[in-house]
Design a protein around this ligand. Structure first.
Ligand SMILES: [Zn+2]
Ligand SMILES: [Zn+2]
Length: 268
């Protein structure tokens, strides 16, 4: 027993010497006590836990606000999803890290960011009691450029933590669309995604509670559209989890978020 422990420590020390662990965000050497693949400084920087956040939409809000039923923005709106959980705001250094993962070639960084998200939000995510995890799908042409979209890895890692199945084929993106961020108005964003996502007829959701996974939530139009399709196909409830929640400069000044509600009446 003693020898096993001694050998393990020696092996670890040799590995650390040969391949020193570095922070996947800033590149600085990691201390032995730092358990994630991200240093404590970067961890504090990317975490939204230091800000007061809306319990429904995960947007940054003013201090001492009760947001059990939403913040000033989202409490007046109707969404197809019930709530949003996130690691932190879409600002540096989290923004830069996510852009690096988008090529699909930095799976270690995607895993590290998911681990930070889980460490921070595991109680809330566990308490949701979801039946199924569904990543926001990519069009097949986009998958040629990025065969392994980070959102799929995030979904699988969360599925492992929650011990909930991940379903990659229950939702399809059958029309390629320009990036949502290139759309200037709410109408353009909604038109851009109209009829872009479908749930195949043979899919049986049968009242399932779904955790929808994306990497970034900006106005919420994509998650709104996808959640709406899942509910039309029989899902009882959809909650959203993302790595980063985008907060516009304008909304930061007024301590408000800019989540867009559906153009359709959503029930349930
Ligand atoms: Zn770092
Ligand atoms: Zn809110």
């Amino acid at each position: 027993m003693f020898q096993t422990g001694w050998m393990r420590e020696l092996t670890r020390a040799l590995l650390d010497f040969a391949y020193p662990r570095i922070c996947l965000i800033c590149g600085s050497a990691l201390h032995e006590s730092e358990k994630f693949e991200v240093c404590d400084v970067c961890h504090r920087e990317v975490s939204g836990a230091k800000f007061p956040r809306c319990q429904i939409c995960s947007g940054t809000v003013g201090p001492y606000l009760n947001t059990v039923n939403g913040c000033a923005d989202c409490s007046k709106s109707s969404f197809a999803f019930q709530s949003v959980q996130s690691l932190g705001p879409y600002e540096e250094p989290l923004r830069g890290a996510i852009l690096r993962t988008k090529t699909g070639s930095d799976s270690a960084l995607t895993s590290a960011l998911t681990d930070l998200l889980w460490s921070q939000e595991k109680e809330r995510l566990s308490s949701l009691g979801v039946d199924l995890i569904v990543p926001v799908p990519h069009h097949w042409i986009d998958r040629i450029v990025s065969p392994r979209p980070p959102v799929e890895l995030i979904a699988e890692r969360l599925g492992g933590f929650l011990m909930v199945p991940v379903e990659h084929h229950i939702l399809r993106k059958h029309r390629r669309t320009p990036k949502q961020r290139t759309m200037e108005t709410v109408t353009q964003r909604r038109q851009n995604l109209r009829a872009a996502f479908t749930v195949p007829k043979q899919a049986i959701l049968d009242g399932a509670h779904i955790l929808l996974v994306d990497d970034v939530l900006t106005t919420g139009t994509t998650c709104q559209r996808v959640s709406s399709e899942l509910k039309k196909a029989g899902a009882s409830r959809v909650d959203v989890v993302v790595i980063a929640r985008h907060v516009s400069q304008q909304s930061q000044k007024s301590d408000r978020v800019t989540l867009e509600s559906s153009e359709e009446a959503i029930t349930g």
